[in-house]
Design a protein around this ligand. Structure first.
Ligand SMILES: Nc1ncnc2c1ncn2[C@@H]1O[C@H](COP(=O)(O)OP(=O)(O)OP(=O)(O)O)[C@@H](O)[C@H]1O
Ligand SMILES: [Mg+2]
Length: 253
């Protein structure tokens, strides 16, 4: 039950030691995260420079195999936080370690290498490539991660989300919910160690949403995939082992 507290003590993460071994049980470590955006010029109603503070000294530790829900008001910074944790964006200050490796010390290529095969991401806005079919979209990360059976994985993954009849469709030929399921299938196909999902059921009807939720937790149970979910759905949030609320730029348990 108290795996988190234990790993906090054991890791000595504030020391200057090199990357800690992954099996110590902590897969995400974030401390002192600050994200500020210079908004001068973005808002024509405002003259001069102004800085928008989205995250303000946020800390988070997640043990391997945990499931964590992040909830909070629209605009509170949930998508921003997920992008930072997955190494898709850099914080203004603070440190992030993924599987014992410092993300914040890596350049973009280094972060991409760290993500490949370890991190799956379901984007709130799907981010499917418009020139690729559903099957090709799902195959891509598995191919990049070096899986020789990328196509078989992609087919299996699309079948799991109920889209085996839509393999050759391009994103514009799919409904919003179907695109969302392609995005979920893409994140599954690489069998990531950590899965970040931003509102994975936001566009789905109840039954389809439940099916996707079952898949997420099945991955968590069967493969020990660590889940970090952003959701406005309280039923989904309550199924996670921890529910954290993002407010005032920090997480509250
Ligand atoms: N690139 C950017 N430039 C300017 N402002 C930004 C940028 N990215 C995010 N923001 C602002 O930061 C805040 C947090 O955005 P974010 O998308 O992380 O919120 P969220 O919690 O995911 O909201 P939602 O629940 O609506 O998806 C918002 O006020 C947003 O307008
Ligand atoms: Mg968001």
């Amino acid at each position: 039950m108290n795996a988190r507290a234990e790993t906090n003590v054991d890791r000595g993460v504030d020391g200057a030691a090199g990357p800690a071994p992954e099996r110590a049980g902590e897969v995400i470590f974030a401390a002192g995260l600050v994200k500020q955006i210079n908004t001068s010029g973005l808002d024509s109603a405002e003259g001069g420079a102004s800085v928008l503070s989205i995250l303000d000294g946020l800390s988070l530790r997640v043990a391997t195999g945990e499931s964590v829900a992040i909830v909070g008001a629209s605009g509170s910074g949930k998508t921003t936080l997920l992008s930072l944790l997955a190494g898709l964006d850099l914080p203004s200050a603070g440190e992030i370690r993924l599987a014992g490796e410092s993300l914040t010390g890596l350049d973009e290529d280094g972060r991409a290498r760290l993500r490949a095969g370890r991190v799956g991401f379901v984007f709130q806005s799907f981010q499917l490539l418009s020139g690729l079919t559903a099957l090709e979209n799902v195959m891509l990360p598995a191919e990049l991660a070096g899986h020789t059976d990328a196509q078989a994985r992609a087919r299996r993954s699309l079948d799991q989300v109920g889209l085996s009849q839509r393999l050759g469709h391009y994103p514009h030929q799919l409904s919003g919910g179907e695109q969302q399921r392609v995005a979920v299938a893409r994140a599954f196909a690489g069998e990531p160690r950590i899965l970040f999902a931003d509102e994975p059921t936001g566009n789905l009807d109840l039954a389809t949403g439940q099916r996707i939720v079952e898949l997420l937790f099945e991955m968590n149970r069967a493969r020990g995939t660590t889940l970090v979910l952003v959701t406005h759905d309280s039923t989904l949030a309550q199924r996670c082992r921890r529910v954290l609320t993002l407010r005032g730029g920090r997480l509250h348990e």
